[in-house]
Design a protein around this ligand. Structure first.
Ligand code: AMP
Ligand code: ZN
Length: 480
């Protein structure tokens, strides 16, 4: 059996993966900032860490997965300036920050369940770990890594020679380009706030006492403080979207390595690429990263409203390698929904088959599926094996059934679950055709047979057959 290998951002290479503690793996994933509904780009990040967890679990490893909830300190600029995203959302909604956090955390949990993500072992909120964050900041202060200026307590990045390592930063270039807009009094442009004081005259909803005065933690501190609480001072894998590598993760490394005196803090840094929205970059600019600040987002509820099964989004996610940019479009998600339904139908039919399979016959297929995932989680290659098995004329049905069950425990596509009658009958969904069918139904009810027949003939001309049954009409594409 080949060794598991993952790509590690820090070493910029694919390397063999060995857990730090035999049989156990600790994973920390940067989770949502709960000031708004998450979009399907964020969900890609969640699905990636879930696939990682499921795969490692299928390898017999005991995984402890921590996903944090950011409910304080993440400022609008993503740096140390601007309003806190939580405070701004609370002000707009006329609610408390805690109410906003609770509401969006609940939505995030529901989205995760809807796409069949396993719940993390720990799901800590930043505001529930303020003392842990203060203790870590005190350690940094004792080590001489911090300095105070008017608006907060800052980490002196010059004191940490490996600062640029994780993201391969060009700090000289950064200092040239970052002269404007630098917080007054910062020693280096890259220095970041560990503890912030509220702006003069601003009454914040969330602030705490600390040895440095009343205020709130910098955004990065929570991840360093909460990961040590649940995973120890060093752990196996840290995940997040690639946008986090240059600032947030770089600053987490600085805090943790200096605070705990360890190196490397994390064995593997695994970053997912973006989900982009097709055409959202404007003319000539192509597809742009989905992001709340740009407003080019789709949410899972948008998809559900259009009749798309949430698990079809999971199927869509599995069609690309996590380190490739993936583009979301109506056509792409519709195609994924169709592909998913076909696979689900095959798997559901195989669930009716009785008898025992032959492990020796299954082994090469199971082996190739595993090899694909052991090779830096190559999901598209694993899906090719899934389809090969689903379509195979040579394998016995019992073996196809067993293999699809086994694959699905890693993929989480709920393949074996019985299809609901409507989903099974429904075939493909298409809002335009559904609309025409509804018009035809209305015409029939009004005994306007000419219109009803015209709609049926028009659909037939584009290869769509209308099937009338006592329970109502449905449609399917001919020639499938
Ligand atoms: P946020 O709620 O903005 O703090 O982001 C939560 C997670 O989603 C982070 O790991 C981000 O890196 C990730 N993320 C944000 N936008 C995208 C996107 N368009 N595609 C993939 N991941 C993303
Ligand atoms: Zn983080």
């Amino acid at each position: 059996m080949s060794q598991i290998e993952f790509y590690d951002t820090r070493s910029r290479s694919q390397r063999p993966f060995e857990p730090l503690r035999p049989g156990k793996v600790g994973i920390y994933s940067c989770g949502p900032t709960v000031y708004a509904e998450q979009h399907v780009g964020n969900l890609r990040s969640r699905l990636f860490s879930d696939l990682l967890k499921r795969f490692l679990t299928s390898e017999g490893l005991e995984v402890t997965h921590v996903i944090n909830i950011t409910d304080v300190g993440h400022l609008v600029s993503d740096a140390d300036e601007g309003e806190d995203k939580m405070e701004a959302a609370a002000r707009r909604a006329g609610r408390t920050a805690a109410e906003i956090a609770e509401h969006y955390t609940e939505l995030w949990r529901k989205d995760g369940e809807a796409v069949n993500c396993l719940p993390p072992e720990h799901n800590p909120m930043a505001t529930e770990h303020i003392p842990d964050q203060i203790v870590l900041a005190q350690r940094l202060e004792a080590g001489g890594f911090l300095y105070s200026i008017a608006d907060g307590v800052y980490f002196d990045t010059r004191r940490f020679p490996r600062y640029a390592e994780l993201a391969g930063l060009d700090l000289e270039g950064q200092s040239e380009g970052a002269r404007i807009g630098v917080t007054q009094g910062k020693k280096n442009p890259a220095d970041f706030a560990v503890w912030k004081f509220p702006e003069e005259g601003v009454q914040r909803l969330q602030e705490w006492d600390s040895p440095w005065g009343r205020g709130f933690p910098g955004w990065h501190l929570e991840c360093s403080a909460m990961s040590v609480r649940y995973l120890g001072e060093q752990f196996d894998i840290h995940t997040g979207g690639i946008d986090l590598a240059t600032v947030h993760h770089t600053n987490e490394v600085a805090q943790s390595e200096c605070g705990f005196g360890v190196h490397p803090w994390v064995g593997f840094w695994m970053h997912n690429e973006f989900l982009a929205l097709q055409g959202s970059g404007g003319e000539g600019a192509g597809d742009e990263k989905m992001s709340k600040s740009k407003g080019n987002v789709k949410t899972l509820s948008d998809l559900i409203d259009r009749g798309i099964d949430p698990i079809a989004f999971r199927y869509f996610f599995l069609q690309a390698h996590y380190r490739q940019q993936q583009t979301f479009s109506d056509e792409a998600i519709q195609a994924a929904a169709t592909g998913y339904r076909r696979l689900q139908k095959i798997a559901a039919a195989l669930e009716e088959v009785e008898g025992e399979g032959d492990a020796a016959i299954q082994a090469p297929f199971a082996g190739r599926f595993r090899e694909a995932l052991a090779d830096d989680l190559n999901a598209p290659r694993a899906m090719a094996v899934v389809w090969e098995v689903a379509r195979s004329d040579e394998l016995a049905d019992v073996d196809r059934r067993d293999l699809l069950r086994r694959f699905d425990s890693v993929l989480g596509l709920r393949l074996g679950e019985a299809l609901t009658e409507s989903a099974a009958d429904q075939g493909e969904r298409d809002p335009r055709i559904d609309g025409l069918l509804a018009d035809r139904q209305a015409a029939r009810e009004g005994k306007d047979w000419a219109t009803a027949d015209r709609i049926r003939d028009e659909l037939a001309a584009e290869g769509v057959e209308v099937v009338d049954a006592p329970s109502g009409s449905s449609w399917r594409r001919t020639g499938e």
